[in-house]
Design a protein around this ligand. Structure first.
Ligand code: SF4
Ligand code: SF4
Length: 561
């Protein structure tokens, strides 16, 4: 280890680390634009200049390795002076766009202009003007004037997305970021360039001008787009999800997420055809009824069938809590052995970066909490066959559009009772005899288990009329912002949706079970006590980075890394 002194404090550092890394590891932030912890060092912005004893000139902290005995000053008068010069140089041609720039409020250049620049311009001449709206690809727009040529986006495409699509042309103040001839910025991870751009040069076509960042709340949650479970923030204004951005988790997704997860996975939260109220079929029409009536109707209908005539289909889109209570209800209350869920794989979606062929967030969780046939029970295909043969007469399907396959829709038509919960209208809800509106991933608390066995928290960013107040230590620390924001939105919330576990608990209670769960956290506490792979877990312990399943004890299928 090398002993080095930074700003008067002595640290023992791995000699392979650079000064900027050593300082960061020890809570000292050295300002920088072009350096990024997961990209190669380019050393072009000169913002991280520091004074190193016995070195004749200031050194760039991002490209200078630590050495035993090194003494570093990160805020000496010489360093401050150099930093102010770098800022002045960068701001010479940077437009004064902050009032209309999407990046304002989360812009490194803006922050540093307040912190490290002299606060006045000596430049009276005309700034260099460049194109303001260049379409680099389907999701990313470039304002060339705002670019400070840090090359982060260029390096990201080469080193992380493995698609070299961006480059610079021209020289000096006329340098322009552009795509290679015949190329577009259209790789599956293109929008990460927007996040890492330290200025507002790269903006999202989808989010552009929708909201200022300070008008939105951000909630730590997990992408439901595939079995990777990328950690992300859900950004909401007026109870509407406006964007999703990656949240750092070195064990899952580092700083990145794919464009599909970012753009597509929240669309169903805001769709017009959300199921607005519980419904029952009368004269071949679905008509709205109250929650109490729908739950009572489901309970009395299920009672009229023999145990062997009922099947329950869980969901890899639902949480561990939802699936745990569903399988418990199925075997303990309905008494059926026929419990399963559908696996959804799309090999074309998988890549060697983050995306997984399993396009659901919780296949491993559903398996691990027990959504599987009991002894002599039937799997999904056999259940469908048995419906066809007239042996299975009542089915409860949660949060999976199994009737999107017309052959299965035909078979479901033969049922005497189909109870469905789903968040929006689809082929399966249209066939339902009793229909419950279910909360989406953005409206509920719970956990997903990703492909590698990491159990991670999802949290509601959008309020519904029925608000679950499960909290853990992490959310507690933000109670003021988090709690009051949801409260405020809940008052104006029109969406009347509940998570599967709550719907199931309601039906079970009317069928004689004593299911006393008030929150998803209550369900999880019981799950962790009963399912060995979750032993010892709690929402507090899972925190915002997740916990691994105890693999050896009870995971039925092998975990692939
Ligand atoms: S567009 Fe942004 S990330 Fe790319 S080089 Fe310019 S300033 Fe850097
Ligand atoms: S890789 Fe999967 S989990 Fe990650 S952002 Fe994309 S869809 Fe979501």
């Amino acid at each position: 280890m090398a002993k080095i002194t930074i700003d008067g404090k002595v640290f023992e550092i791995d000699p392979k680390r650079t000064i900027i890394e050593a300082a960061r590891d020890n809570g000292i932030e050295i300002p920088h634009f072009c350096w990024h912890p997961k990209l190669s060092v380019s050393g072009n912005c000169r913002m991280c200049l520091v004074e190193v004893e016995k070195m004749p000139k200031l050194a760039i902290a991002c490209a200078t390795q630590v050495m035993d005995g090194m003494v570093v000053q990160t805020a000496s008068p010489k360093v401050i002076n150099a930093r102010e010069a770098v800022m002045e140089f960068l701001l010479i041609n940077h437009p004064l766009d902050c009032p209309i720039c999407d990046e304002a409020g989360e812009c490194k250049l803006q922050d540093y202009a307040y912190k490290f620049s002299i606060g006045a311009s000596r430049f009276d001449e005309q700034k260099v003007h460049k194109p303001k709206r260049v379409e680099l690809g389907p999701h990313v727009l470039l304002d060339v004037e705002r670019c400070i040529m840090c090359s982060r986006c260029v390096r990201f495409c080469e080193e992380i997305a493995h698609k070299p699509q961006l480059t610079f042309t021209d020289r000096g103040t006329h340098v322009v970021l552009t795509t290679f001839p015949g190329e577009q910025l259209d790789n599956a991870y293109s929008m990460n360039t927007i996040d890492i751009c330290p200025v507002g040069a790269l903006t999202s076509r989808e989010f552009r001008f929708k909201a200022r960042v300070w008008e939105m709340s951000s909630t730590e949650t997990v992408c439901p787009g595939c079995a990777r479970g990328c950690n992300m923030y859900s950004w909401v204004r007026n109870n509407e999800v406006l964007r999703q951005t990656p949240r750092f988790n070195p064990d899952v997704n580092d700083y990145w997420m794919c464009d599909h997860g970012r753009l597509e996975t929240f669309k169903h939260v805001n769709v017009a055809n959300r199921i607005k109220s519980p419904m029952v079929r009368k004269n071949d029409q679905l008509v709205e009824i109250s929650w109490d009536e729908a739950i009572a109707k489901a309970a009395s209908e299920f009672k009229s069938f023999k145990k062997s005539e009922i099947a329950v289909i869980g969901s890899a889109y639902d949480t561990n809590e939802d699936n745990y209570l569903l399988q418990k209800f199925a075997s303990e209350v309905l008494g059926t052995r026929h419990i399963d869920f559908v696996r959804h794989a799309d090999e074309s979606f998988q890549d060697a970066i983050l995306r997984r062929a399993d396009v659901t967030p919780n296949t491993l969780g559903a398996e691990t909490v027990g959504v599987r046939p009991r002894e002599n029970g039937m799997k999904f295909d056999a259940i469908i066959k048995s419906i066809k043969e007239g042996n299975i007469k009542a089915v409860f399907v949660v949060d999976d559009n199994i009737a999107s396959d017309p052959k299965i829709a035909d078979v479901l038509n033969r049922l005497e009772l189909l109870v469905v919960n789903f968040s929006f209208e689809n082929e399966t809800t249209r066939l339902a005899d009793i229909l419950f509106p279910s909360a989406t991933f953005a409206e509920k608390n719970g956990t997903f288990t990703n492909f590698s066995g990491r159990v991670q928290r999802i949290r509601p960013s959008v309020a519904t009329l029925d608000q679950d107040r499960s909290l853990d230590g992490f959310a507690m620390s933000r109670l003021d912002k988090y709690g009051s924001q949801l409260d405020r939105w809940a008052k104006g919330a029109k969406r009347d949706a509940r998570p599967t576990w709550k719907i199931v608990a309601g039906i079970a209670s009317l069928m004689g079970a004593k299911y006393k769960y008030n929150t998803a956290e209550d369900v999880f506490t019981e799950l962790a006590a009963n399912v060995p792979a979750f032993k010892g877990m709690s929402y507090r312990k899972i925190g915002n980075r997740g916990l691994m399943l105890k693999q050896k004890e009870s995971v039925s299928s092998p975990i692939t890394a």
